[in-house]
Design a protein around this ligand. Structure first.
Ligand SMILES: *[C@@H]1O[C@H](CO)[C@@H](O)[C@H](O)[C@H]1NC(C)=O
Ligand SMILES: *[C@@H]1O[C@H](CO)[C@@H](O)[C@H](O)[C@H]1NC(C)=O
Length: 189
């Protein structure tokens, strides 16, 4: 249980988020002509959906977090997130390794045992990105997740609708979709 929780902090908050409901063989779609350089910079993790039991329990206690995305050595992404935990600001880094095509990444839990595939399914780079991830091995295997990245802290109704539609198309129920409230600290500079 502790390992699962750590894994979740890793995934949810460290900013990767989003799990494909398809299997590794029929990979989820990625943004056509994905341009990683335009995806870099600051994002806010504004929405989540997952079917994991940890998430089901904790979803009401989660807050929006800030994520800084920079290129990592080897062509992947270094995602550093700042989040509120136990009333303190914490910073964590998640390394996404490039996979078969641009917009597709793999994430191996540093705590061992689990592997995930993360896909940037759709983005216009300057407002939003929709990500989908799923575990391919170990503890991650039995859940999937969708994540809404927003360039701004305030998310309009249109973007919320877009994310809900995206989640439902991947089998998430209304109940599993959460728009994260802004914390009173940590996401400001
Ligand atoms: C990821 O980026 C952070 C913030 O810039 C940096 O401190 C860290 O060393 C980087 N990690 C790796 C493995 O590149
Ligand atoms: C979550 O959904 C995935 C994909 O639909 C499924 O394989 C998995 O068993 C589900 N896990 C739970 C805990 O419901």
């Amino acid at each position: 249980m502790a390992a699962l929780r750590i894994l979740w902090m890793g995934l949810v908050f460290l900013g990767a988020l989003g799990f494909l409901h398809t299997s590794a063989q029929d990979q989820d779609s990625v943004q056509p002509n994905f341009q990683q350089d335009k995806f870099l910079g600051r994002w806010f993790v504004a929405g989540l959906a997952s079917n994991s039991s940890w998430y089901r329990e904790k979803k009401k206690t989660l807050f929006m977090c800030r994520a800084e995305v920079i290129p990592s050595e080897g062509g992947g992404l270094n995602v550093t997130s700042t989040l509120l935990r136990k009333n303190q600001c914490k910073t964590e880094t998640l390394l996404l390794e490039p996979a078969q095509k641009p917009g597709l990444y793999t994430y191996n839990s540093p705590h061992g045992g689990s592997a995930h595939i993360v896909s940037v399914v759709e983005t216009n780079y300057n407002q939003y990105a929709l990500l989908y991830s799923k575990g391919t091995k170990g503890l991650g295997q039995d859940f999937h997740m969708a994540t809404l990245y927003s360039r701004t802290q305030n998310v309009g109704a249109e973007l919320k609708d877009k994310f809900s539609t995206f989640c439902k198309a991947r089998g998430f129920t209304e109940d599993e979709i959460v728009f994260l409230p802004q914390p009173d600290k940590c996401i400001q500079e």
